[in-house]
Design a protein around this ligand. Sequence first.
Ligand SMILES: [Zn+2]
Length: 297
Amino acid sequence: MSKHLSTSEGQVQGVCKLCGHKKLEVIDHTAKCTGCGALLYYPYPDDSSLEVDTEKESVEDIQKSWFGYYKMASKLNHENFSHMFLFTIPEPEEFFQKNLKILDYGGGGGQFAFVVRSMLPMADVHIVDINDHALIDQYSTLNKQIKWKDFEKDETLFDYIFLNDVFEHVNDPEAVLKNLSVKLAPGGRMFIDTPKQFWLYPVLRRVNRKLYSKLLKGTVSRAHLQIWTRKSFEHIVEEAGLKLEKYEELSEFTLKPHIYLQNMGIRSPLILWLGNQFYKNAKLLAKNKIQALIVKK
Ligand SMILES: [Zn+2]
């Protein structure tokens, strides 16, 4: 991983890595900041433990695992990506003839480019991911890949940078925003879609600690390092010297309910039933995501 993009300087155990507040409430493998409200994977892992060394991994295994993911998620991804794209560019007709430069940061297998280019065929969709081999052959044709090691020195400026389900994964969100803002063309925008906490978190925490532990198990991990609140999100945008242009909270899921419940290790039939009912009605019940547009000041 590029040091420049992953710096974890300033991450001190016992201090909120997002807002610097000194009171954290530690439960299981998480810490909740009593200042900004963010839920953090804790203790903070060493920077090096997050590195992905593609040299050591089998390319075939990486592609297989992305295929397995798309088998479960491609339909909902397609819907969600369309929504994210239109949140960012509500009138694609206005840009139809333009060769917009778009970056899919942390784009993984590369499905997003299909959604973009179905509405903007003249756009260039660049993709970069910490794992170069994640981009599957079947989706690679509509993407222009920038290799991870080349990204920092790449001089392309982008009209739009998308971080679709990426901001919860990055070790140092402020550094990522600062580094990406340098790559925005004049008038450019960054889009972020990332999980946030909602009422279920404080309620379970108060009334059923055991179920709260399962919720934490299913939502916070070495991969999902922070679950945001509006306050923590706004704070980090401000700290990065940027401005929030548009902000929305919505209900959005990538996988079918039983997979989330499985990840939480829930086996009780009653809780499974309740969980399934929850997910079926989640659009009415929970706003679990942040979508935002960020611009330079
Ligand atoms: Zn905080």
